[in-house]
Write a protein that binds this ligand. Structure first.
Ligand SMILES: Nc1ncnc2c1ncn2[C@@H]1O[C@H](COP(=O)(O)OP(=O)(O)OP(=O)(O)O)[C@@H](O)[C@H]1O
Length: 584
């Protein structure tokens, strides 16, 4: 940027850029929120104002009129018989503002900018610790630092400085600094709570006398983004060093980890974040430790500060429901199909809680699919009866050149009008079972003595053809589709309230494999609502998008928009998907 170009109005240009970036946040443009908070930072605004003033100054290149203007004011006062005008002038010149102004003029004229320091006393011992006085002006914000006590010496230290908080932005307080006094009160020997009490009751300026730590660590942290796999509430965590500095988060939240210096307590911000100040969260290692403690303290007791999922009740199946079967659409009934993963490893609470605590944060990156990349798989999930299949069917019917479902495999004999690979891939039972054994099915089931299944290869071949493959999945299918290979965009189809369903599902029917074909009953709506809430509470951290299937038309519009966004706009995806060595 050349100085001549923006010497005037740089702040105005910045203001219009900030406005533009703000609009980009609304459009969910990658990095817009980070840029917005940077451009909006008061320090940057102030720096630009200083820059503008300097530019103006350089243009006019003023030179001081006098080297010592203050002396002139003294001369006026020294006149022997001052006239009334001289007296008035003297009174004006003695005004503190004018005195300060003249003094500033003289400082500039003499280019005497260095502060005057008192000489060091001769009798200073060699091992004297350098003491620093730090004054911070406290506004409504917390100080943004925690303290700790050395139990052996009773000395009080700054334990950590919260990223982006008041202390951090001052650049004057560091983790490891030893506090000697706070507002004139010696703190050595005090309990940390007593020091916090002094700080809490301080208003305006807080003065710290401290011994700076000798070796300040160089902050070379790289930012890390993670998706939380559990809920966390610092208010319910007795282990947190300072609950006020803690940050609550929910499963599925994307967190920016700004500081991992402490192996147990990280500092993080929630994305998209406009707030500059970070909060404390337990590190992955700390959560794993909690998991080990839980493991040893069987029976399983959910920890109150971190919650993963509720215990699952085995739902009594709707009657009459076939042992396995197919809808008229010839897809596997979601009520009775199997998955290629053992159900117990994913949906029985203790084991899945443990596995979540073993990997409490999933590393994610913001990624936009390259137009030449294969499309992302779209996986719809929702409680049975909510309308997942209806939405999927309508989406494909809307644009069959863009959307397609995978062709299922079956062991039943081909009918005369059927073509291999069009209605089904017709294969022998042995091969089918071999594919089951090798986990090649997203789901499979048996109907009237024949096996049917949706294979991963069938999904891949739709994606390879450049079409967007649309499937519906059960919770146990999440693991199968959330891979480097399929990169599924998971949409949760949430039921509206039972009362709304009763109004909107007057013509809807429950159908399954010819066994069931009847209108919905009151208890069905209740069951769908409950099942939806249960699914959401257990798996929400894997949902990329959520649609409440109230009005069918509106849901279709939302679905189309979400699918388009999934393909064209940047999304948070697991970092492992983009690592070339990681093949899942
Ligand atoms: N928003 C809606 N408004 C009215 N009717 C709907 C709506 N969504 C779906 N339906 C109807 O509800 C019935 C059940 O839908 P669908 O078969 O898609 O359920 P599903 O979620 O796939 O359940 P399952 O897997 O058990 O078959 C169908 O008759 C469908 O037309």
């Amino acid at each position: 940027m050349s100085p001549e170009l923006h010497e005037d109005g740089l702040t105005e240009i910045l203001a219009s850029v900030v406005e533009e970036v703000k609009l980009s946040i609304g459009r969910d443009v990658n990095g817009a929120d980070v840029l917005y908070s940077l451009l909006n930072a008061p320090w940057l605004q102030s720096l630009l104002k200083v820059y503008e003033r300097l530019q103006q100054y350089m243009r006019t290149s003023p030179s001081p009129y006098l080297a010592y203007a203050t002396g002139l004011s003294h001369q006026v006062g020294g006149a022997a018989t001052p006239s009334p005008e001289a007296r008035e002038l003297y009174r004006l010149l003695r005004d503190p503002h004018l005195q300060a102004f003249l003094s500033a003029h003289d400082t500039v004229a003499r280019k005497d900018y260095e502060p005057m320091l008192p000489p060091l006393p001769d009798s200073l011992p060699d091992d004297e610790e350098a003491v620093r006085i730090v004054c911070l002006v406290k506004n409504n914000q917390p100080l943004g630092a925690t303290i700790k006590r050395d139990e052996l010496t009773g000395e009080i230290f700054v334990a950590r400085v919260i990223h982006g908080g008041l202390a951090d932005r001052s650049g004057l307080l560091y983790a490891g600094d030893k506090l000697i006094e706070v507002n004139g009160q010696p703190v050595e020997g005090m309990e940390p709570e007593q020091v916090i009490e002094i700080l809490a009751h301080s208003h305006g300026t807080i003065m710290f006398k401290l011994v700076p730590m000798s070796d300040r660590p160089v902050n070379s942290q790289t930012l890390l983004y993670v998706r939380a796999m559990l809920d966390y509430n610092p208010r319910q965590d007795p282990a947190i060093p300072c609950a006020d500095a803690g940050m609550a988060f929910r499963r599925g939240d994307v967190l920016e980890i700004v500081d991992q210096t402490d192996g147990l307590w990280w500092q993080a911000r929630k994305m998209p974040s406009l707030s500059a100040c970070a909060g404390l969260i337990p590190s992955a290692e700390l959560l794993r430790r909690k998991q080990r403690e839980l493991w040893w303290s069987q029976p399983f007791q959910p920890h109150t500060c971190t919650t993963t999922c509720e215990l699952i009740r085995v739902r009594p199946s709707r009657s009459p429901i076939p042992a396995s079967g197919f809808r008229r659409s010839m897809r596997l009934s979601r009520r009775k199909s199997h998955s290629n993963h053992s159900q117990s490893c994913y949906s029985r609470c203790p084991s899945s809680c443990y596995s979540i605590l073993a990997n409490p944060y999933e590393e994610v990156v913001r990624h936009r699919r390259h137009p030449q990349d294969k499309p992302r798989l779209v996986a719809l999930m929702g409680p049975s009866g909510v309308g997942v299949n209806e939405l999927r069917r309508r989406l494909i019917a809307m644009d069959p050149n863009t959307f397609q479902g995978p062709v299922p495999h079956t062991t039943r004999p081909r009918k005369h009008h059927e073509e291999w690979g069009r209605e089904y891939h017709f294969i022998g039972r042995e091969l089918f079972e071999n594919m089951v054994y090798n986990h090649r099915f997203l789901e499979y089931g048996e109907y009237r003595g024949h096996l049917y299944g949706t294979s991963i290869n069938a999904i891949k071949s739709v994606l390879d053809s450049g079409k967007i493959c649309v499937v519906d999945i059960e919770p146990h299918g999440i693991r199968v589709v959330r891979t480097h290979e399929l990169r599924a965009y998971i949409i949760f189809v949430k039921p509206p309230s039972a009362a709304r369903m009763k109004l909107t599902r007057t013509n809807a029917r429950i159908t399954a494999a010819g066994y069931v074909n009847r209108p919905f009953r009151e208890e069905d709506f209740q069951e769908i609502e409950e099942e939806g809430a249960r699914m959401e509470s257990q798996h929400c951290h894997f949902f990329d998008h959520l649609i409440v299937n109230d009005g069918l038309q509106d849901s279709c519009v939302q679905l189309l928009a979400a699918v388009k966004r999934a393909q064209d706009e940047p999304q948070w995806v697991p970092a492992s998907w983009l690592r070339p060595t990681d093949v899942s």
